[in-house]
Design a protein around this ligand. Structure first.
Ligand code: ZN
Length: 255
């Protein structure tokens, strides 16, 4: 079975992709993968001294500029930040996007992420990916030939919303060689520096993100890492495609 070298990342907000998986995306981009970065919302609640409308405008621009570093297209599905609900329309929009970019791989949040919008994004993306090859879905775009492989990115810590440890990541990717690109992508999200101070009492947003990648790296003995879970439940193919493509960067926790 072959999967298109097209990767669709669907996250809730601008800056999520940069925070959770952009190092790995850079490595895949360098191996010839076409990347599309989509967000369910434009992060309109993520402005501290700015209206929702202005914040939306600013954050779309930030996201598009960050995506350009991976030659990636940025798509916003224009749902409302903080109020993301599952619906027929949003599922159809995601199926459309999967079909338009002919995704072979889809990445989204972890189903047990800390943020309600992230959990909704994971559920909607799972539901849409599951039906993306089916001809009876009532849209015009041509079905993908095979259900794309689905992967989940990490929450802000390796715990569920109640603080209980998640099942361990299935694999870690050593992103040490691309950490500077990741930081460059994050740095476009200037609007979030103030928000992180206000919302999470994080004074140094970009530094905290780097520190998290450092902590993940320490778990596997490299300077910086990202970690992933592949969706291995029923209905999905289980080919370990990212793991094979990036075999030389794969790290596992030492016993
Ligand atoms: Zn987010």
């Amino acid at each position: 079975m072959t999967f298109n070298k097209s990767i669709l990342v669907i996250q809730a907000h601008p800056d999520d992709t940069e925070a959770w998986c952009s190092g790995t995306l850079k490595l895949l981009h360098d191996r010839g993968y076409k990347i599309t970065i989509a967000t369910m919302t434009a992060g309109g609640m993520g402005g501290v001294q700015s209206t929702e409308d202005i914040t939306i405008e600013v954050r779309k621009e930030e996201a598009a500029r960050a995506a350009a570093l991976l030659d990636a297209d940025y798509v916003c599905l224009d749902q409302r930040d903080g109020f993301l609900f599952d619906s027929t329309d949003i599922r159809l929009d995601v199926v459309k996007l999967i079909r338009v970019v002919e995704a072979g791989i889809v990445l989204t949040h972890h189903p047990l992420d800390y943020h309600a919008d992230h959990r909704a994004t994971a559920a909607i993306t799972d539901a849409a990916a599951m039906i993306s090859s089916l001809p009876n879905v009532p849209i015009d775009e041509v079905p993908v030939p095979v259900t794309p492989l689905l992967y989940h990115t990490t929450p802000m810590s390796l715990t569920d919303p109640l603080g209980v440890p998640l099942s361990p990541p299935q694999f870690f990717i050593d992103i040490t060689s691309v950490i500077e690109i990741k930081m460059e992508m994050l740095a476009f999200h200037v609007s979030q520096i103030e928000l992180m101070k206000h919302m999470h009492k994080i004074d140094d947003f970009f530094g905290e993100m780097k520190k998290y990648n450092m902590e993940l790296g320490q778990m596997v003995g490299v300077p910086f890492a990202e970690c992933f879970w592949q969706h291995l439940g029923g209905g999905y193919q289980k080919n370990p495609l990212i793991q094979e493509e990036l075999a030389s960067y794969i790290k596992t926790v030492k016993a």
